[in-house]
Design a protein around this ligand. Structure first.
Ligand code: NCC
Length: 276
């Protein structure tokens, strides 16, 4: 269904999606107060660059996958939101290098973001749905969730753990590419954490293996590997344009199709290794 060749699409992603984290020198964050909270180093200064990376979706189809050892063999592993490793090592591994969380999770009390030790490992990145191509100032005044309060609270308690705020421009730069390469009109909601995490890792790594974003033969209506809750919308999307994201990732997969079926695995190149 995609309109561009995989090679051209990869180049569009590299050249048009600007993956940056909010820095203390950016727009409304350039106050003395914010300097106390925002990391001084940018993300690539902090982590350097990785050879092989794994992105682990939270899908129920990871259950009984036995992918843990394969996932842990990567130099860096990205996980999402409240996805745990303890008790699930066999299927999802135990290494967490980066955890991408949405602003709802950071804000809503019941999610226990400030107290659950799950969040204390690895580098944290939070993102918030911004209005379509909004200026940072506009978004700052009215974020989708008021996560800045808990961001600051978490930073005060965990000074040593890097914790970034994703620049909200990225989500719409990526959405535009999703729309341009789909035959249908996509709802104007930002991409899922899954799709954002995949592109973040493509900026940091030579190669990115993504697990169970495209469902394997273990495909199930169980939403998450760590819960019993059933909802088909988790895999197909409701708010996020998940189906379109998955079509695009399938199109740019450089691994064998068979590995999607057996491992739920796709292989994507890092941006630095692409020739456009
Ligand atoms: O469920 P969620 O996503 O945390 O999953 C992370 C990413 O894994 C991929 N996924 C997940 C389940 C599934 N069956 N198939 C999948 O492909 C998706 O790419 C997904 O992005 C989110 O994207 O941030 C999301 O967050 C949850 C929820 O806010 C968090 O888990 C925190 O509790 C949203 N669910 C609800 O709001 C009820 C979900 O819509 C999107």
């Amino acid at each position: 269904t995609a309109k561009l060749s995989p090679e051209k699409l990869l180049c569009q992603l590299r050249d048009r999606v600007n993956v940056t984290m909010i820095h203390g020198s950016d727009g409304p964050f350039n106050t003395s107060e914010w300097q106390l909270y925002l990391p001084r180093k940018n993300l690539s200064q902090e982590v350097g660059h990785f050879r092989q990376c794994a992105v682990v979706s939270s899908a129920g189809s990871l259950k009984s996958s036995h992918l843990g050892p394969e996932i842990d063999a990567h130099d860096a592993v990205l996980r999402f939101n409240g996805a745990p490793t303890i008790g699930f090592q066999n299927d999802v591994g135990e290494k967490t290098t980066v955890r991408l969380v949405n602003s709802q999770l950071v804000t809503v009390e019941e999610q226990k973001f400030l107290t659950d030790t799950l969040y204390n490992t690895g580098i944290l990145i939070v993102w918030d749905p911004a209005p379509y191509h909004a200026e940072i100032h506009e978004w700052y005044r009215k974020p989708d969730y008021s996560f800045f309060v808990n961001y600051k609270a978490y930073r005060s308690r965990h000074r040593e753990q890097p914790f970034y705020i994703l620049n909200p421009k990225m989500q719409w730069q990526l959405w535009d590419i999703l729309q341009e390469n789909s035959l249908e009109e996509i709802q104007p909601n930002p991409p899922s954490s899954g799709m954002l995490g995949i592109v973040i890792m493509m900026t940091l790594c030579d190669e990115v293996n993504v697990y169970e974003f495209l469902p394997s033969k273990r495909r199930t209506d169980i939403c998450h590997y760590y819960q019993r809750y059933h909802d088909r919308a988790c895999t197909m999307g409701a708010y996020h344009p998940l189906l379109f994201e998955k079509n695009l990732v399938k199109h740019i997969n450089q691994g064998q199709n068979e590995l999607i079926y057996t491992h739920g695995k796709v292989t994507l190149p890092g941006f630095r290794n692409m020739h456009c």
